[in-house]
Design a protein around this ligand. Structure first.
Ligand SMILES: [Zn+2]
Length: 236
């Protein structure tokens, strides 16, 4: 066992305190509201982007229909010109009817365009308003969040300072192991063995130690839990 094992345990104690403090801030209402506002903002942003794309399509269609309308006007001019001195009224009417059909079809498409552009504009404006609202929600939640951090800052930096001071006193391998386990969010990483009814079990997950692990523990004072991979120690 690391001769400075007690130092590691002290280190662990401060580290858990620090973690609890940071967790409290992360789980605060302000933090949750920031997260919600961020999510809503991103949804609104996506809608705005989609509406912009749709609007581009509508604009392209409008641009396409302008020359089509000119073409129909030209057709009308030529029908009028050809009607001068033309006695075939029936043929003339037929040409005009065909042209009328084309004008109505184009008009219908332009009305559809207008309706969808109104819809897009409405959706765009709504999403934009939500986006701005969420941004302001986010900022006010962030102000409270920052105040929380500021209020805990002296305690946070005091704990960090203590941890830093202890680090060089712990064996490198032991510290490395500690950091590996806590990286997986397992706190405490080092646990004392539990001794009940003559059997040893892990102080964290409760699993009974194997024969092999029991002798490792008795020999070295430490072993690794076969289930949760925490370091189990036994005070001599
Ligand atoms: Zn365990």
């Amino acid at each position: 066992m690391d001769k400075n094992f007690e130092t590691l345990l002290k280190y662990q104690e401060y580290d858990i305190k620090l973690k609890r403090l940071l967790d409290t801030i992360e789980r605060s209402d302000a933090s949750k509201r920031m997260e919600q506002a961020r999510t809503e903002f991103n949804i609104a942003k996506k809608t705005v982007q989609e509406d912009e794309k749709e609007a581009e399509k509508v604009v392209a269609y409008y641009e396409k229909s302008a020359p089509q309308l000119q073409e129909l006007e030209k057709n009308l001019d030529s029908i009028i010109k050809s009607s001068e001195g033309n006695d075939n009224i029936a043929a003339l009417i037929e040409q005009l009817e065909i042209l009328k059909g084309k004008v109505i079809a184009l008009e219908k498409k332009i009305i559809e365009c207008k309706t969808s552009s109104e819809k897009i504009l409405k959706s765009y404006q709504e999403a934009n308003a939500i986006g701005h609202k969420m941004l302001s929600y986010f900022n006010s939640a962030k102000t409270i969040y920052n105040e929380l951090i500021k209020a805990s800052e002296p305690e946070i930096s005091a704990l960090k300072k203590k941890l830093k001071a202890l680090e060089p006193l712990i064996e490198i391998e032991t510290l490395k192991k500690y950091k590996e386990i806590t990286k997986e969010n397992k706190y405490p990483a080092f646990v004392e063995v539990r001794f009940i009814d003559g059997t040893y079990s892990c102080g964290a997950c409760g699993l009974q130690l194997s024969q092999k692990n029991t002798s490792t523990l008795n020999e070295n004072g430490v072993c690794t839990c076969e289930t949760c991979r925490r370091v189990i120690f036994k005070r001599q």
